[in-house]
Design a protein around this ligand. Structure first.
Ligand code: IMP
Ligand code: MG
Length: 185
């Protein structure tokens, strides 16, 4: 028999419109720096960055075309707390030695995933430049010494879903960002 469970509620923090407006600004900021850089490579970290990357790259103007790559990293299981170790379910990049690399992440929380990946890229590819753009920053939770160069929104210590971010693989499709209130989290 199915037991009754409290339905999670989602409180909107940033609307779809607020997100799109901010991404236009962020795209302009990134364009200023990347306009004249040679053959920039944008690396999206799946799954969480898929919405942000898709919108962001369409707001970046560079003289050279962008190359877009993806990796998949994970540090959260289905819980709302970081597992502490970074897993690499998909880490298959072409030869991007010495290139101008921009990493695009959904959120920098403890900073462990970001630090792991930035160190990995530096070590493997000696990039000419290496920067990171994140949709969200939760600075109050930082453990690893790693910050982002471009930040969409800085948020408090809340568990958020939508616009690519999930709770147990749910809610990534929401066009807005919301705080998840769930008895089990
Ligand atoms: P970090 O390694 O602790 O910085 O965690 C980064 C990853 O944790 C992100 O790429 C997200 O997948 C996940 N994460 C952290 N905070 C949240 C949140 O509030 N909602 C959904 N996922 C989150
Ligand atoms: Mg996640």
């Amino acid at each position: 028999m199915k037991t009754e469970q409290a339905k999670p509620t989602i409180r909107e923090i940033y609307s779809a419109k607020q997100i799109q407006d901010r991404i236009k600004e962020l795209g302009a900021e990134i364009s200023k720096e990347y306009k004249t850089l040679e053959r920039p490579v944008v690396i999206g970290v799946m799954k969480g960055a898929f919405c942000f990357l898709a919108d962001l790259v369409r707001n970046i103007q560079c003289n050279d075309p962008l190359q877009i790559e993806f990796v998949r990293l994970a540090s959260y299981g289905s819980a709302t707390e970081s597992s502490g170790t970074v897993q690499t379910p998909y880490l298959d990049l072409p030869n991007i030695i010495g290139r101008n690399i921009l990493v695009v992440e959904d959120i920098i929380d403890s900073g462990r995933t970001a630090k792991f990946f930035m160190d990995y890229l530096r070590d493997q590819f000696s990039p000419k430049t290496l920067k990171m753009a994140v949709f969200l920053d939760k600075p109050s939770r930082r453990i690893a010494k790693q910050n982002a160069d471009f930040v969409g929104f800085t948020i408090d210590d809340l568990f958020v879903v939508g616009y690519g971010l999930d709770f147990a693989e749910q809610y990534r499709e929401l066009p807005y960002l919301g705080e998840l209130n769930n008895d089990t989290n």
